[in-house]
Write a protein that binds this ligand. Structure first.
Ligand code: BDR
Ligand code: CA
Length: 312
């Protein structure tokens, strides 16, 4: 059983990642959830993370609020995608459980330092500020991490927030730079993969038909989010990005990619937040990241249904 920290900015697709992880207790032990600024401000992502954890029946699992803004750039949020609450489409009560007893950055440091080397994997589903600040505050965590798996970036697909940059990296490119240059084993789940994780109308109907509270609320969120995507792109299917990170931990054989050297553009205003992936090894720089590129979509969505069905 793999021990993971989920660092998140819910976000409807973050909510699906949390539900998928919490519905998979045989494979994954979620040791804590840290919230970060991102899709909406920190105060909202924190409450949203708590509400989703409670929806999964895990009010015992603390949520630790982390950093309220990027390291260098001013904050940038995405209510235009997720709605003003960040979780529009669901109807969840305010959280009942208290917040975690520490700052999210300290939770990451304390947990990694207290565990055996190679025991803790950190999954980041939003801007990577919390993990980067943790690495700066306590560099001894870096060689102790089993893996960092992050949703963010894009290479062949380009960007979804600017032509060059994906949202999570665009919002805090300096944090992504710190993590990618740290020497920790890093796996990148870019939009090249997640735009293959298309959620179809038929799948959404099957999700709602599960009839459990978690499934019905998840379906409400997904419908809101799908509606945004469909209006924007004129399609009927829209990708859930963040659960791909958890899908990769559960079923790595559904994904493929390549170890590459990856750098983040932090200087140019035009391409700020671009992930520059040396896919063809033209620089001969050592690989610092496993870059995923493909996903077998149908089994991944079947897995999500199966695992969400286990929740209350
Ligand atoms: C990423 O940006 C956010 O809007 C989503 O939650 C996801 O983490 C996709 O670019
Ligand atoms: Ca996210």
């Amino acid at each position: 059983r793999r021990k993971i920290i989920i660092d998140t900015d819910p976000g409807q697709d973050d909510a699906f990642a949390l539900l998928l992880a919490l519905g998979s207790p045989d494979e994954l032990e979620v040791v804590g959830v840290t919230a970060v600024h991102g899709n909406v401000p920190l105060a909202r992502t924190t409450v949203n993370a708590q509400m989703v954890v409670e929806l999964a029946g895990r009010a015992d699992l603390p949520v630790y609020p982390g950093c309220p803004r990027p390291m260098v750039k001013p904050g940038f949020t995405a209510e235009y995608v997720h709605g003003p609450s960040g979780l529009d489409g669901c109807d969840l009560p305010p959280p009942a459980a208290p917040l975690g007893d520490r700052h999210g950055v300290d939770f990451i440091i304390d947990t990694v330092m207290a565990a055996a080397p190679g025991e803790i994997t950190v999954c980041t589903l939003g801007p990577m500020t919390n993990l980067a600040v943790a690495m700066i505050k306590e560099p001894a965590i870096i060689p102790r991490l089993a893996e960092v798996v992050f949703m963010g970036g894009g290479f062949f697909e380009g960007g979804n927030t600017t032509p060059a940059a994906e949202f999570n990296i665009y919002v805090d490119p300096h944090a992504a730079h710190v993590v990618l240059a740290s020497g920790a084993p890093v796996t990148m789940v870019p939009i090249d993969v997640t735009y293959k994780a298309l959620m179809t109308p038929d799948w959404l109907r099957r999700l709602r038909a599960l009839g459990t509270r978690a499934a019905v609320e998840a379906a409400g969120m997904a419908e809101f989010y799908q509606d945004y995507g469909n209006k924007k792109f004129g399609t009927d299917s829209y990708p859930l990005h963040d659960p791909c990170v958890i899908g990769y931990l559960l079923r790595p054989e559904l994904f493929n990619g390549r170890k590459c050297h990856v750098e983040v553009e932090i200087h140019s205003p035009v391409t700020s937040g671009m992930t520059v992936v040396d896919w063809w090894n033209v620089t001969k720089k050592p690989a610092n990241c496993l870059v995923l590129r493909d996903l077998d979509n149908p089994p991944f969505y079947e897995l999500m249904l199966e695992r969400i069905a286990r929740l209350p």
